[in-house]
Write a protein that binds this ligand. Sequence first.
Ligand code: GUN
Length: 291
Amino acid sequence: MAAAIIDGKAVAAEVRERVAADVREFADSHDGRVPGLATVLVGEDPASQVYVGNKRKQTEEVGMRSIHHGLDDSTPEDELLELIAELNADDGVDGILVQLPLPDAIDQDAVVAAIDPGKDVDGLTAGSAGLLAQGRPGLVACTPQGVMELLRHAGVEVEGAEAVVVGRSILVGRPLANLLLNASATVTVCHSRTRDLGEVCRRADILVAAVGAPRMVRGDWVKPGAAVIDVGINRTDDGLVGDVDFEAAKEVAGAITPVPGGVGPMTIAMLLSNTLRAATARAAAAATASA
Ligand code: GUN
């Protein structure tokens, strides 16, 4: 039997509706103030411009405030660090998103480290990643959260499952491995040096591909009935394709995400959810401080 196709567009729309309702409630209980998300884009990479444009548009659609800073790609690092410091100090800014990758001349780690952990809606700072690794509450990277939401929606049992994550990036592979571990899966993380990748993947009840290599995960790497989550978005001559050979894998899997329309739409939905969460935590901290 062919796999159930997991509809990320529909799940993302549900998340956005929930966030929009919660934003209205937040405004009602905070004198009309709405959460604010600051986006920072350095340079003019066309794909990044599209991503940031979509983030800004959807921020406003759920009733939050979008504050954007577009900087020239020759912007010196200290100028970017100064902007981050200003956004950290700005009470109307609840979340800060610096679009990656940054130009080579800028130290990405230093910029990420400068973000106030309370406004780290990408979950990228060492503090956020550390809390997640310890299974403690904090802001969690958006795409991995989106993957967990899709698994929940598809009714996939995570507890006790064999989960294999292909990819070890700080944006996806590592935080996702920790989320799966925190949900009591048995987690294996694979990467470019993994021996016999196909053999490891065939063990997976939950198989996640997040490497950025078109159709690398083959149909015969999929265990029959497995949930297959494809995080890859690769531009090829055939159009957008994922990291999984979808046509072959869908004949074997129990459930699978398509590309496009699977994980992609979830990332921004979870960013909006994180921004609301950051605003709520900051408002509660401010109320405690003034009590
Ligand atoms: N570049 C590609 N994906 C992302 C993301 O989720 N956050 C940021 N900041 N940059 C990205």
